[in-house]
Every structure is written in C-alpha cells, then in structure tokens.
Design a binder for this molecule. Structure first.
Ligand SMILES: Cc1cc2nc3c(=O)[nH]c(=O)nc-3n(C[C@H](O)[C@H](O)[C@H](O)COP(=O)(O)OP(=O)(O)OC[C@H]3O[C@@H](n4cnc5c(N)ncnc54)[C@H](O)[C@@H]3O)c2cc1C
Length: 290
C-alpha cells in the first residue's frame, strides 16, 4: 500500500523525500498515463507519492537577482496556464506552452513536470535551452543549480538523485530578444505530440546579426543546440541569411544536417524529421530579413 503526502511547505516536502523512495506528483499528466496499467483502471504507483501542488514556495513566478544579473524564477508547481498568464515569462516560452495539448491539460500540467519527464519531444525544452535556463535542485540540507543542458541526460533520464527535487526554473534576463519563433510540427492542432520542434531567437542591429540562437526538439535523444554554429552567424550581415544559396546558408544547412540525427518511430520517419528540421531553419532565417 503506498502512502500519499500533501506537504504545504518546501521543508516538509524535502523531509518526506529524505525518508525513502518517493514519486513526485505535480500535475500528474505524464504520471497518470505512465502508471496506468489498463484503460478505466486506477493508476498504480509502486512508491509513496508526494504531491507538489500545495507547496506555497513552489507556486510563485518572481523576479530575482543572482551573481550574473536579473532572473525570473518559476516555481516547480506553477502550471502551464499560470505561466502563460504571467508578464514575467518570456514570449518564446509562451509560444511553446500555448501549443501544448489543450487548455484542460495546461491547467494541471507544470513546466517542471515537462522538464523532469525528459522527453526528446517535450515542447518547452528547445525554448529553455535557448534562454539558457537553469534548474534549482534541492534535497534535505543541500541545494545545487544546473544548466538545463546538464540536467537532461537522455530520453527519460535526468541528473536528479535520490531524495532530490526540482524546486525552481531560473531564466536569466534579458531573455526577450526582439525576434523569437517557436514552431511545432504535429499531426493536428490539439493534443498532438511533436514530430519536430524548432525554436529560434535573434537580434539584428543596423543590418548585422548580433545574436542568433536555434534549437531543435525530437530530432535527437536530447535537444540540439550548437553554440559553435551559432557563432558563425553572429557578426554577419543579415542579408547573408536571406537567400538559401549564399555560402553562409549552405554552410549552416550542411552543418545542422550533420548534428540533427532523428530516428524513425510511431510518430514519424527520420527522413521526414531531418528534412523538416532544415526547412524550419531556413524559414527562420528568411523571417529575419523580411
Ligand atoms: C493528452 C496529452 C497531451 C500532451 N501533449 C503534450 C504536448 O503537446 N507537448 C508536451 O511537451 N507534452 C505533452 N504531454 C505531456 C505532459 O502533459 C507534459 O510533459 C507535462 O508538462 C507534465 O507535467 P506534469 O506537471 O503533469 O508532470 P507529472 O506527470 O506530475 O510528472 C512528470 C514527471 O516529472 C516528475 N516531477 C514532477 N515534478 C517534479 C519536481 N518538482 N521535481 C522532480 N521531479 C518532478 C514526476 O515524478 C514525473 O516523473 C501531453 C500529455 C497528455 C496526457
């Protein structure tokens, strides 16, 4: 028989987690699918369950300061719907959140659950990689902060250790670059899981690209973001990105063609994903000059 805890403070949650193996339950939208044995039968949990949705400290979205500047902190129990309503949440992240499933699911599901699920197709991950998000992890008496790219290890696997939980997501500011673009390719608008996802951010000043970042989801075991390739674009005239036949565009298509390595699965073929990912890259570049 599993025990169920409903802590109302972070200290209570960490105490409970320290007492043995537990499952953290945020919105439950992944867990209820994963732990359901058959349709119409209640989900089965093999460990004690700790609900996070009553922990006051985890329900906030707030500005904060750190050694390297201003931050936005998003608590682990903040739902997607709440994040969508907050003026502090960057537009790029909102673009990805608004395309996730349907409003009913977004009223329950959290950003933290989407991250900890560590799916290659999780919609919030490409924006979070581009925004240089960090995750704050806590266990009894300890706290550490990791870049999201070090937290997600492989499909379904994160750097969380026994007794540890994600408490906050931190987004360095300024994270709002003038041009941001998220595109999810799925079978239909609502409740479609992603076949390929693309996120792009850029800043153009006096015709020169002064910031340019792109990331792809569902085309590799974890999100693809390549800072060395981004550095090729920064400092170039934006006109270099307007025609697919320019040297820079060709170089980018060739290089991203090597790092984007999708697989065939029930949702799509590798070939379709590969071609689509490169088309989305070209489309983003064309948007910058239009
Ligand atoms: C019909 C349907 C449609 C969906 N559509 C999409 C979609 O379009 N795009 C998409 O990306 N996803 C989609 N999902 C997946 C899911 O809704 C998301 O991954 C969601 O963000 C999970 O959040 P949650 O709060 O419900 O997590 P939960 O199910 O509660 O938890 C997910 C995982 O995270 C762990 N966890 C939760 N909180 C913490 C914490 N604070 N610290 C450590 N671990 C924690 C849990 O233990 C569990 O392993 C869909 C799911 C369904 C059922």
């Amino acid at each position: 028989m599993v025990a169920v805890s409903y802590p109302t403070t972070l200290a209570q949650a960490l105490d409970t987690l320290a007492s043995g193996e537990h499952i953290l339950f945020a919105g439950g939208t992944d867990l209820m699918v994963r732990c359901r044995v058959r349709p119409n039968v209640p989900a089965e949990f093999h460990h004690h369950v700790v609900f996070t949705d009553r922990v006051a400290e985890l329900k906030q979205i707030s500005p904060a300061m750190s050694a390297d500047g201003n931050l936005v902190r998003i608590g682990a129990a903040v739902t997607m719907a709440e994040a969508l309503r907050s003026p502090l949440v960057p537009n790029l992240l909102k673009q990805s959140l608004s395309g996730i499933a349907a409003p009913a699911l977004r009223n329950r599901a959290t950003l933290a659950g989407n991250i900890c699920n560590a799916s290659p197709a999780a919609d919030t991950l490409p924006p979070l990689y581009l925004l240089d998000a960090r995750v704050v992890l806590a266990k009894l008496g300890e706290q550490r902060t990791l870049p999201i790219s070090e937290f997600i290890l492989s499909p379904g696997k994160t750097a969380l250790t026994q007794g540890e939980m994600l408490t906050h997501i931190e987004l360095p500011q300024p994270s709002e670059l003038p041009l941001c673009h998220y595109h999810k390719v799925g079978t239909r608008a609502a409740n479609a899981l992603t076949k390929v996802a693309f996120a792009g951010l850029a800043r153009i000043e006096a015709g020169i690209v002064t910031d340019w970042r792109v990331a792809f989801g569902a085309v590799a075991p974890t999100v693809v973001r390549d800072r060395a390739l981004e550095a090729l674009v920064i400092g170039q005239p934006v006109s270099q990105l307007s025609h697919p036949e320019t040297g820079l565009c060709q170089e980018l298509l060739h290089a991203y063609g090597q790092v984007v390595r999708p697989i065939d699965d029930q949702r799509s073929t590798a070939q379709y994903r590969h071609t689509t990912a490169l088309n989305l890259l070209q489309r983003f570049n064309r948007l910058l000059v239009s």
